[in-house]
Design a protein around this ligand. Structure first.
Ligand SMILES: [Zn+2]
Length: 410
């Protein structure tokens, strides 16, 4: 039996009486969020909107049963409920804030799509009404900021003019004659939604009765989506919430940067450029410090029996960049070798002056094979990382020992 869809002609009816014509047990459906057993209920008439055309289903009550999902089964509408209603004559009540929000978003979509199409020749190929924001996918080249702003302003102008939104019925030929935006080739009588003087398009969804009820429309981000451009937007209460959230975020960020919200972009640019120059300055200072400390360390190191000055040091602080500079600086002095490590993260640096005559890469390989870790390099410079930073001192002791031996580290 065909369910009479009350919302086709009156999207504002939120309470209705109906008769149960069919009731069946349904298995759990995890994808639809239904984890326990539920019942499928078909009524002779309903105001509940089933998920379709980009618009999510309504929620609410049928008698004392909660509606968990509403599905479009062709002629029939299936209400998924959590219990059997007490009597075959039931009173249905849809959760109005959710439905009205959907009506605002969906009507806004018709209007926005019409503006993109008419003014900029960008047809809408799909629509999605999400929990937080809505999207339409536009075919064609990337819509510029001017296009996004232009479509938003044109839509809001029509919202402020409070134009009637009405339902029209007719065959595909009738609608084509009336200038329908999206032509359809379906047979029979079709339903179309008209926004006076702005848009006519076939649709089975629920809409507000005049454009002012859309409230306002805000276009947000656009992102590339395969061959199309996805445009995010919000209407009505969602627009109000989005604007408030934006303001709170701007204010919190402005407080962090000690400026007025209007000065945020300039303040952020300043902070980023300060950060970049501080980064450069810190790097230069680290290099300079490494140079001084390395020179001092080389002077302090007494030459070993082979005439090599070996600087070995375990650093507690975790600055591998500093160690790299330090090792490089030590290796600038003839017959010098640097054996450095950090105890926190286990970074290891071995470096030598080219005439020192050893092989840093081979030495590191030997140490890592014994202690555990990864790394590599060339004859004069090698770096690696121990599996355990706590082994840093042991690693350096081994390296030093092998370095003084005749057959190792050469
Ligand atoms: Zn619609």
């Amino acid at each position: 039996m065909k369910t009479h869809r009350i919302y086709y002609d009156d999207a504002y009816e939120r309470e209705f009486s109906a008769r149960v014509v069919h009731c069946e047990l349904l298995p759990p459906d995890v994808n639809a969020g239904i984890t326990s057993q539920a019942l499928g209920l078909v009524l002779d008439r309903t105001a509940f909107y089933p998920t379709s055309g980009g618009q999510p289903n309504d929620l609410g009550k049928i008698g004392d049963a909660s509606v968990l999902d509403v599905r479009d089964d062709g002629d029939e509408i299936m209400h998924v409920v959590d219990r059997r209603p007490g009597s075959p004559d039931v009173l249905g009540c849809i959760h109005w804030p959710r439905r009205f929000d959907h009506m605002q978003q969906h009507s806004g979509q018709h209007l926005l799509s019409a503006m993109f199409q008419e003014r900029y020749g960008r047809p809408t190929v799909s629509f999605h009404l999400g929990t937080d924001f809505c999207t339409i996918d536009l075919r064609g080249p990337e819509p510029s900021e001017e296009i996004l702003e232009g479509a938003e302003r044109a839509a809001n102008k029509i919202i402020f003019e409070d134009r009637p939104v009405t339902v029209r019925y007719g065959t595909a030929e009738d609608l084509a004659e009336l200038g329908v935006r999206k032509e359809v080739d379906r047979k029979g009588i079709l339903r179309a939604i008209e926004i006076e003087g702005a848009d006519l398009q076939p649709c089975g969804g629920t809409h507000v009765k005049s454009t002012a009820q859309i409230g306002t429309l805000l276009v947000r981000r656009r992102t590339k989506m395969r061959q199309d451009w996805r445009v995010e937007f919000v209407c009505g209460s969602r627009a109000e919430r989005a604007a408030r959230q934006d303001f709170l975020r701007l204010r919190a960020t402005a407080e962090k940067l000690s400026c007025a919200p209007e000065e945020l972009v300039a303040a952020a640019e300043r902070v980023v450029s300060e950060r970049d120059s501080n980064f450069k300055r810190t790097r230069a200072l680290l290099e300079r410090l490494a140079e001084i400390e390395a020179a001092h360390a080389v002077r302090e190191a007494a030459p070993n029996s082979g005439g090599l000055r070996v600087v070995d040091r375990v650093f507690e602080e975790d600055e591998p960049e500093f160690l790299g500079h330090f090792a490089t600086q030590v290796a600038k002095t003839e017959k010098s070798v640097a054996l450095l490590a950090t105890s926190a993260s286990g970074h290891v640096f071995f470096a030598q002056h080219p005439v020192s005559g050893k092989d840093m890469s081979a030495l590191l390989k030997q140490v890592l094979a014994k202690i555990g870790g990864k790394g590599g390099g060339n004859r004069d410079f090698a770096r690696g990382r121990l599996d355990a930073g706590a082994q840093a001192a042991k690693a350096l002791a081994l390296a030093r020992e092998w370095l003084s031996g005749d057959s190792r580290g050469t």
